[in-house]
Ligand binder design. Structure first.
Ligand code: AHG
Ligand code: MN
Ligand code: MN
Ligand code: MN
Length: 336
């Protein structure tokens, strides 16, 4: 596939057109991403108003099938993205907020996995949240089964996430590098602000929920202990730490200034494979990271080589600056 040269400031629609001109196989994926971008603008406007038809965005309902408390904004984002995808060439959707797969357009070529609202615990305290999506082809003849979602992440042809922060940004890849678009609220247009991200190879920041330290597996415990020893320890450098509670916000920081993010398995009940879901969190983030020259592993395997066995399957997730991910892999024995 030839590389696509995208100009700073171009509109998202223009960049999608250029990408498809260079690789016609991406036409359907481009239509799906355009639909996600539309849904993202709607969600961004609801968040900006701080309420949902007079109700509190953080108002809790029941629990989703993965056991998470479902907030009003989780449900709204799920509805807006699903509705938008109904108008795109999408046959099936797997969403964090739905137990099973949803059939949209029979015979359509694509399967989309979505985390409609990532970082729900941040909604009530006005911190950054996001939406994540991964796009892959429907496995021929298998549109009624979850077969299209159990292929390895390398089958994804596109992926992206939206960050609803001080600005609303869309981080996206169609396999031609990773770009960032920023929403111009006046014109409801996403404009290209980062034409080709390249994550710095070495990290000075790590992101991990340190309150789980006593529960982590051995390799992560040893790695973080060495991080804490800084320039007096074997890693021979001093670190800073950030933990934002929203995967998308931590991922955007890593894309922009390097670092390493870790959500390992731990020995709390139900957390042997960590907290994050392979299909609609780890796999899309892994594609975006690799397209920006960074890495993403579960400790021993490349995330993109792993095929899910279920829609809500969890996986330990370590991603970021390529040298730091390789360093963490050594604590796991170095195989990945
Ligand atoms: P979600 O809100 O979609 O369920 O995802 C929340 C995830 C992720 O965004 C974040 O990195 C992680 O949960 C934070 O987990 P802890 O609260 O255990 O730190
Ligand atoms: Mn959740
Ligand atoms: Mn999430
Ligand atoms: Mn979510």
């Amino acid at each position: 596939m030839s590389t696509v040269s995208l100009e700073f400031g171009s509109t998202f629609a223009d960049c999608l057109a250029r990408t498809v001109a260079a690789d016609a196989r991406l036409a359907d994926a481009a239509a799906v991403i355009a639909a996600c971008a539309e849904a993202a603008v709607d969600v961004s406007e609801v968040i900006g108003r701080g309420m949902l038809g007079g109700a509190d965005l953080a108002a809790t309902g029941g629990n989703n099938s993965d056991g998470d408390v479902q907030k009003a904004l989780d449900v709204l984002a799920h509805e807006r993205f699903t509705e938008a995808l109904r108008g795109a060439p999408v046959a099936v959707v797997a969403s964090e907020e739905a137990e099973g797969m949803m059939q949209l357009n029979p015979g359509a070529p694509l399967a989309v996995a979505i985390d409609p609202l990532d970082g729900s615990s941040n909604i009530g305290v006005n911190m950054a949240v996001g939406s994540i999506f991964g796009i892959r082809p429907v496995v021929a003849g298998e549109a009624d089964s979850i077969a299209s979602f159990t292929t390895p992440g390398t089958e994804q042809i596109a992926a992206g996430f939206v960050t609803y922060g001080p600005a609303t940004s869309l981080v996206v890849t169609l396999g031609h590098g990773t770009q960032i678009y920023t929403l111009d609220r006046e014109t409801r247009t996403f404009r290209l602000t980062h034409p080709r991200l390249e994550v710095v190879a070495s990290a000075k920041e790590y992101a991990i929920n340190a309150s789980n330290a006593r529960n982590w597996d051995g390799p992560v415990k040893a790695y973080i202990e060495d991080c804490l020893r800084g320039s007096e320890g074997p890693l021979d450098k001093d670190f800073n730490m950030r933990w934002l509670g929203s995967l998308v916000a931590d991922a955007q920081r890593v894309l922009l200034r390097g670092g390493v993010f870790l959500y390992p398995g731990d020995n709390r009940k139900g957390y042997a494979q960590g907290r994050l879901r392979l299909l609609y969190e780890a796999a899309p983030i892994a594609m975006l990271m690799e397209q920006a020259g960074a890495g993403a592993i579960d400790g021993e395997r490349r995330i993109l080589d792993i095929g899910a066995t279920g829609i809500h399957e969890r996986v330990p997730l370590i991603f970021g600056s390529i040298d730091e991910v390789a360093c963490v892999a050594k604590y796991y024995g170095g195989r990945n």
